[in-house]
Design a protein. Sequence first.
Length: 515
Amino acid sequence: MSREIYPKYPPDLSEAQLDYLLTSIKDWSIANGLAVRPVPSFVSKDQDPAGSLAVTAPVTIFPSLFPRSCFEQGLGIQTAYNELYAAIASDEPWLKQIVEELAEVDDFIAELWKVYLTVKEEGIVQDITLGLFRSDYMVHLDPMETDAKPTIKQVEFNTIASSFGGLSSKVSEMHNYLLSTDAYPHESASVIKPSSLERSKSIPLLAAGLAKGHNAYGKPKTENPLCVIFVVQDLERNVFDQRHLEYMLLARQGVRSFRVKFDSVMAHTRLDEKRNLLYTPPHAPKQTWEVSVVYFRAGYAPSDYNGKADWDSRLHIERSSAIKCPSILTHLAGSKKVQQVLATPHSPHLARFLQDKEQAAAVHKTFAPIYPMDTSEAGQEARKLAQDPETATRYVLKPQREGGGNNVYRKAIPEFLKQEPESHWPAHILMEMIEPPALTNSILRNGEVQQGGVIGELGVYGVCLWRLKKDAQGLDQIFENYQAGYLLRTKGDQSEEGGVAAGFGAVDSCCLVDV
Ligand code: ADP
Ligand code: MG
């Protein structure tokens, strides 16, 4: 049973109040691009053969309550996390040990590593890397302590395709708009008030990050103008989230960008003899562009790679002199195995990357215990915990995958392990479940309102731009390091997964409370 720490929330609504609120949300969201392309189960292909419809993104009707101290904790340590992951992604010898072990049981990791080695062999021509990161947390209340204070624990750290920076700015704007138009009942004014609603500036801050990368690339090396490319999936429903960054990049930074589908990278880009990446847009082929930054919003999951041609595309980009967001090493640094190695109880590794003791301690506080599932001592302990139906209920088992839908929770773990050959167990990590306090909200999804118990996940964005030492033998210099706004994603407490795009959650913003 989750503990109660919040005031009664959200307020009850009369029919007229609910009607006004929903009309406001439906109109504001479309007018301002808080939208997604509809799922086929909501709008079928027959109803929208041209794929031209857009609908309100799944959103919470009220901004969810969130402890102020936890919010400040999360935003406050983002620059330390940026530095940590920049340092990990620059330390090839350290990563190599982890990755090579993992590659034995995980083909996807093995292929990524192969791409890196191929480029290393030929010589790395771009030593600057851009990270648009997102560190995800949940509020945790220690179930063993009756008067435990809420604190945040990290769910995962994303180093590739960290999504929802576009929609998170929009949803926080919308909740502010709703408050300013009296859409929330006056009885709740002591909780939902301007000073409690936190805006997320992730659109301008992430777009500025892309521009920093673009500027760090320097002058064009060819006679062509410079551009950024967004490498995207073919059927992307979360397209407006990305568009907000593109539009801001042009409007505020004056940087031109193009969307290139992952499977058409080879058709429309080429490398010159110096490995400059050149892009010729099929819609305007008279002008070729030199690519300064490649921003991946695809290529993070095995399902994005349908054979050798797609791996060739990833290699092609990695070989180039464009700044990658992220590089292969940075992508690998974001694997759950790396998170586990840092967060295994008594792990010595954090200090290697964060020399500042205070920063390291603050980061360490946000780790939930994570164990390997290999044959090491910690792994043996984890195997016992995971196979015992009683202790398994405190854990989640995760493979090295991104994008939701892959985890095995609590009492399902022992059964799952019975089906899985033991040789494959090390491809997983075992993580203690984070236990958030009880919270209620309403989610509007596909025109329907669902009210009930919810769980929020805070994502804090970070921008980091750094240079490697030769052959990735360490971090040479950090040029940019800042916190870049936040995301709150909220899901029903009956669904263990949290991906909004996967259909399990909603975008939300924080209504801060002192608890
Ligand atoms: P993915 O790469 O699929 O996003 P995550 O590690 O973020 O993987 O896990 C997916 C979801 O599972 C999270 O959004 C969260 O809702 C839930 N989850 C993951 N780890 C934990 C945990 N330790 N405690 C509670 N819930 C978790
Ligand atoms: Mg996640």
